[in-house]
Design a protein around this ligand. Structure first.
Ligand SMILES: Nc1nc2c(c(=O)[nH]1)N[C@@H](CN(C=O)c1ccc(C(=O)N[C@@H](CCC(=O)O)C(=O)O)cc1)CN2
Length: 289
């Protein structure tokens, strides 16, 4: 079997076009554009690229982009004061602090400082709790992007066996919650999991988010399974995912790296910002995304 390669770039472009339609509706009805504030601390090159892409995509969708670039020696107090200011700003519908933060800053305290109703990253513990209990809230962008791709490829996910490899707060745990929400039978595997190949072999759906280049091997894969690769590993061979591309010989469908899950992250961020603006203005979107 040769897997269908899932074109995340094209799917993300479609989501962004739908967001632009929603943004136009909000602008018409509220008389203002939705606003996304992005905060970058320090000079991490990859983070700078992601923040630039977010700014461009925000403007392309018709929204207001507010960027704050702070030096690497920014203190906890300075950053918290900026978050407070953005929380209070009526023109700001979404706040995102680009991660990772420099080591001297307390990431968890900063995330918790963001107003949960402007937390378009979905990282605030209140939004994690809302997701876990099935209440409306913001869902982290990368896992929600994975879910949209899975629904597009497989349709109804109910009853599927899903294995999520990785238990981070940002990807693994919310991914598991989303799959449970779509009635999958979910296993979360991690560094202490015994016989990982055998666990993966049972799965109809595999989501790999561990940050280890090409860790998932073809002989681990159930024939026809759908594979979602969240890994972005910079190696001598270039950018590679957590799933060995040779798995395409066994899988039914899989995401490439690059061009799979990555582009969905920014598309869902725009979607979350639109949803926030619509909620804050009491607008029902004509076409919910
Ligand atoms: N506050 C946040 N910080 C970080 C997040 C996040 O969702 N919120 N996620 C990642 C970085 N990230 C967005 O911020 C991101 C990562 C990757 C991509 C992407 O499109 N990747 C491309 C490859 C691009 C490359 O060459 O590096 C792909 O996979 O095709 C977009 C956004 C960590 N921080």
């Amino acid at each position: 079997m040769t897997a269908r390669i899932i074109d995340g770039k094209a799917f993300a472009a479609d989501v962004r076009a739908q967001v632009a339609e929603g943004v136009a509706q909000v602008a018409r009805e509220a008389g203002r554009k939705p606003g996304l504030a992005v905060v970058l601390v320090g000079e991490d090159p990859a983070s700078a690229v992601y923040v630039r892409s977010k700014g461009k995509a925000t403007v392309a969708a018709g929204m207001e982009s507010i960027e704050h670039r702070l030096p690497a020696d920014t203190t906890q107090d300075m950053l918290e004061r900026l978050v407070d200011q953005l929380n209070a700003d009526p023109a700001v519908d979404g706040i995102l602090v680009q991660l990772p933060l420099p080591g001297h800053l307390d990431e968890s305290a900063i995330i918790t400082r963001i107003d949960p109703d402007k937390d378009v990253d979905g990282f605030h513990p209140v939004n994690a709790g809302r997701l876990a209990t099935g209440l409306p809230g913001f869902v982290p962008c990368t896992p929600y992007g994975c879910l949209l791709l899975l629904r597009d490829v497989l349709g109804d996910l109910s009853g599927k066996d899903a294995v999520v490899i990785g238990r981070s707060n940002i990807v693994g745990k919310p991914m598991a919650q989303l799959l449970i929400g779509d009635s999958c039978t979910v296993t979360v595997a991690h560094s202490r999991t015994r016989d990982l190949p055998a666990v993966v072999k049972r799965a109809d759906i595999v989501v790999a988010a561990v940050g280890r280049a090409k860790m998932v091997k073809p002989d681990w894969i159930k024939p026809g399974a759908t594979l979602i690769d969240v890994g972005i590993n910079r190696t001598d061979e270039g950018l590679v995912g957590d799933i060995d591309p040779a798995c395409a010989d066994v899988a039914g469908a899989m995401t490439p790296v690059p061009g799979g899950v990555g582009p969905m992250t920014i598309a869902v961020l725009l979607r979350n910002t639109l949803v926030s603006a619509a909620r804050r203005e009491g607008i029902t979107l004509a076409k919910p995304i």
